[in-house]
Write a protein that binds this ligand. Sequence first.
Ligand SMILES: [Zn+2]
Ligand SMILES: [Zn+2]
Length: 411
Amino acid sequence: MSSTYLAFAIPFFIILMLAEYYVAKKRKLNAFNLHNSIANVSIGIAERLTDILVSGSFYFLYDYLQHRFGIFHIKAGVVIWILLLLLTDLIWYWYHRLAHEVNLFWVVHVVHHQSEEFNYTVSARITVLQALVRTGFWCILPIIGFPASMITVMLLIHGLYPFFVHTRVVGKLGILEKFMVTPSHHRVHHACNEHYLDKNYGDVFIIWDKLFGTFAEEDEEPVYGLTKQLRTYSFLWQHFHFLIELFITVKAQSSLKNKFKVIFGSPNLIDPKARDKAERIFSVKQTKVKLHEGLNSYVIWQIVLLMICVSGFIFFETHLSNAFKLLFTTFTILSLINCGAIMEQKKWVFNVEFLRLLTIISIVWPYCAGIPLSTFAIAISLLLLVLFYRTVQSRYLAVVYADDQNSKAVL
Ligand SMILES: [Zn+2]
Ligand SMILES: [Zn+2]
């Protein structure tokens, strides 16, 4: 049920993102970078899709925990709802704080902090792995005794609020600054200025930060992103670079005790040279490049169509077969990798296009069964494509990278 609401929420959020873009442009606020925003939205699309596939099981987990281990037998009421909101927010505070202070959790939360711009699209930078880690923390609620039905409604409301605090176009909000998490507070959280680091972890209420000594006022212009920025918009690299850095650092430790110390210690324990080593191993050495208009449009249209398709997928999710869900998810993830690879001007992008074509064929094939000669036509086209793979590849790359001077350097 909640997923159907989210299908309606997506267009609403897109309208707000466009409105924010318009206001920022009017105020000459440099809050948007096209490729940065595409990278943000790409991560959000993948999360929405994968989350739909796993989040249904969360309800059963909460329900099982409440019935098996619930300490109290809690029934819904006004005071209980308020209590649940406060408790959810308190658990979030500690989940979020530990996500910054423990490498094992920072592995999944780092993705939310890579953006060097700050706007509504940054709120989409959540991964399904982060949702899984967070669920571990939410399990406290059913163990206390809150029913699964209350928890899922609360998590939906609690999960929507952060969208509104990822913006630069809203200034300070008077009395609300005292107890609510506002855009100003969250700008501080996303900044890498020295005295803003590890501050303002709250989600809805800022009271926890004030209580536990992690509050900072926005008193200078924030600089957004990681203390050591990523040099790439690669979809895969953004998801896994820190995991590789952690692995490199852990591997270099001589004793088991030190290995555990790094895994459960803070990001300060990561070898400062681990990023460079990881980039060398995976040949991630390019800087962000400018693309010509046509290529930008190609990427933008892919993202727009994916957002429409994913909204439809969420809306009709319960009517879809598992095979369709799997193929659609594969197609979407390949498309997101494709967009990241185009923004990086990777030559292997053509191979991803080819795999995407195969997944499209797999999706439409069953529907072509009744059309005469359709299977034959698809098979012949595929055979021709395989036979002339090299020629088609060079044509594709010539069209895609035609006017770009930088492309030759990074292909
Ligand atoms: Zn954070
Ligand atoms: Zn955020």
